[in-house]
Design a protein around this ligand. Structure first.
Ligand code: ARG
Length: 586
């Protein structure tokens, strides 16, 4: 990675120049915001001069003089009050383009210290409608898992499905009284959600229905054979259908360890936490209070009273006075398991922003239990409909993953039908699946995860703009060049020389795939990679307009073909990291 090498060189320059860096000062190099002055830049001299109260420009001159001469960087220049600009040598770019073309991982360096990372994402709830939050979680989580693996981490993906909980009282009652068996066979998730909603509505009108449901729940929890059988069947049917959807989306999980898996661990966990004084009994419930180690502002167990605005205790309840366990109890047991069985160094939770407090409390409680594993809540905002309000279907229901994917494929299919590319029916269906799923994924992943975004079919399926079809089409265009060459001899990487500005610009972009992939994990933001790929596609189009490829000769032709091949590989690999497949024709 050029940025990392330049950072090392810069660090060396400081020491050669005899400038000792203050404690905690980190020398950093960034991609240049404006490549007219350099390909990379650093404001290290300026920041340091400020701290040392010396002239930044003079300090920059000293560093420039001490900067090691290497084959990578041909030129260091100083701009403005003391910015350092670095220019990558075209020969180094040529070497890099060859390496990208020769390596299956596009020559992206791996992390120096790989970690075992557990990624908790998707996690829908059985028989409850899957909502847009699950769509975002599914795509972001899958992308982060792919990127983390790609840069060398040991990744374990776990779908922590909500397969246990109070909803099962209603589901079981619904199963016994309302179930349409034919509908269940066709679309189990839909039918289970339908009966759940129906019963839920009834409980609101009629108190006695609620009592019946509660009775069913108690029976289930006590191990009643019939209810356990129904519960098992609901879970089985749902998972079976879910796996089909994940298959369509090309998403895999290493584990499906739902909430129910931890049932037996809950009672001993609570007993242990009480014994260790981490939890306390309060009005018959077991709760975790603040331990007062951080200020109230940062304390997840403290909150302001809505009315009086006074600080008050906000404990995490781990067992209700009626003996029932909660979502948080399961999460604590899950952490125990992931640390003990999987030796997790880090756990990432890709869950919507509304659960922020829950995770702050759970992480703080886990710390008090002695866990040192790094836990991160990777939050995201909501998806809005085209009208800017919550995303709903025409009938006013919240939109789920299944509906979105079906419609995306249908729309993509209609678009492929319009163009007659001589594809067979099966090929068309496959193109529709890839473009449909890819479009929805890309619409998600090209957004800053924390902001709400508007869902627009037309925009995401468009061949123009920052979309999956545009990027897949850029890939198709790189492939079509090589199709034209079929049968003729091409020696790609033998001889690469870059002279034209458009060639150099493209080579630099290609080299920066490494930075773009690693940067995704800096703050768990897939959009850094999506935006990089969009810029790459644009840079490629500019190159293609400025430089003849097939109509050139010798080294020039060879170099340009190598650039096309490298672009093709980076686009495919990069889209693959977003979970988006490519097609050869569209
Ligand atoms: N099933 C939960 C929901 O739909 C998400 C679970 C997230 N993971 C966790 N370990 N809590 O809200």
């Amino acid at each position: 990675m050029f940025r990392a090498v330049l950072t090392d060189h810069l660090q060396a320059a400081f020491s050669t120049a005899g400038i000792s860096l203050p404690e905690g000062f980190s020398v950093s190099v960034e991609l240049a915001s404006d490549t007219r002055f350099g390909d990379y830049q650093s404001n290290a001299a300026m920041t340091l001069a400020k701290q040392l109260k010396t002239n930044p420009r003079a300090l920059a001159e000293q560093i420039k003089a001490a900067f090691p001469t290497t084959e990578l960087c041909s030129e260091v220049s100083i701009a403005g009050p003391g910015f350092l600009n670095f220019r990558i040598h075209p020969a180094a770019l040529a070497t890099k383009v060859k390496a990208i073309t020769n390596a299956s991982d596009c020559d992206v360096v791996k992390v120096a210290a790989p970690k075992t990372v557990v990624i908790d994402f998707s996690a829908p709830n059985i028989a409850k409608p899957m909502h847009v939050g699950h769509i975002r979680s599914t795509f972001i989580g899958d992308c982060l898992a792919r990127v983390a693996r790609f840069v060398g981490h040991q990744v374990i993906t776990d779908n922590h499905v909500g397969d246990w909980g109070t909803q099962f009282g209603m589901i079981i009652h619904g199963w016994k009284t309302q179930l349409d068996h034919e509908a269940l066979k066709k679309d189990p998730i839909h039918e289970l959600v339908r009966t759940y909603k129906l019963v839920n509505a009834k409980t609101k009108e009629d108190e006695s229905v609620l009592t019946v449901c509660k009775g069913e729940l108690v029976k289930l929890q006590q191990g009643d054979a019939e209810n356990l059988g129904i519960w098992k069947e609901c879970v089985r049917l749902t998972l079976e259908q879910l796996e089909k959807v994940y298959g369509t989306l090309d998403i895999q999980f290493d584990h499906y360890m739902g909430e129910s898996f931890y049932n037996d661990a809950l009672a001993p966990l609570v007993t242990d936490l009480l014994a260790r004084g981490i939890a306390t009994l309060s009005e018959g419930a077991a709760v975790i209070f603040s331990d007062g180690t951080v200020g109230v502002e940062d304390d997840p167990f403290m909150g302001r009273d809505r009315e009086t605005k006074e600080w008050k205790s906000l404990p995490l309840i781990i067992q209700k006075s009626d003996g029932g366990f909660l979502y948080g109890t399961t999460d604590l047991a899950t952490i125990d398991y992931r640390v003990k069985e999987w030796k997790a160094d880090e756990i990432w939770y890709v869950v919507g922003a509304p659960q922020q407090l829950h995770f702050r409390q759970v992480f703080a409680a886990a710390k008090r239990m002695g866990h040192t594993t790094e836990m991160t809540h990777i939050a995201f905002g909501s998806i809005l409909g085209p009208d800017g309000k919550m995303f709903k279907t025409r009938s006013g229901e919240t939109v789920g993953l299944l509906e979105v994917i079906d419609e995306a494929m249908e729309r993509a299919r209609a678009a492929t039908e319009e163009k007659d590319q001589g594809l067979s029916d099966a090929e068309k269906a496959e193109v529709a699946r890839i473009i449909g799923a890819g479009s929805v994924k890309y619409a998600e992943l090209s957004q800053n995860r924390l902001t709400d975004y508007k869902f627009s079919w037309d925009k995401m399926l468009s061949l123009q703009g920052n979309t999956a079809p545009y990027l897949i089409n850029a890939y198709v265009r790189t492939r079509s060049i090589f199709r034209k060459l079929e049968g003729s001899e091409v020696t790609l990487t033998a001889d690469v020389a870059l002279t034209e500005p458009a060639e150099i610009a493209l080579a630099l972009k290609l080299a920066q795939f490494a930075e773009a992939s690693h940067d995704v994990l800096a703050d768990h933001r897939p959009n850094t990679l999506a935006n990089y790929l969009y810029e790459l596609a644009n840079t490629y189009h500019s190159f293609y307009e400025a430089c003849h490829v097939l109509n050139s000769e010798g080294t020039v032709r060879n170099s340009r073909l190598t650039l096309c091949e490298a672009t093709s590989r980076v686009l495919k690999t990069g889209l693959g990291l977003l979970g988006i497949q490519t097609v050869e024709r569209m």
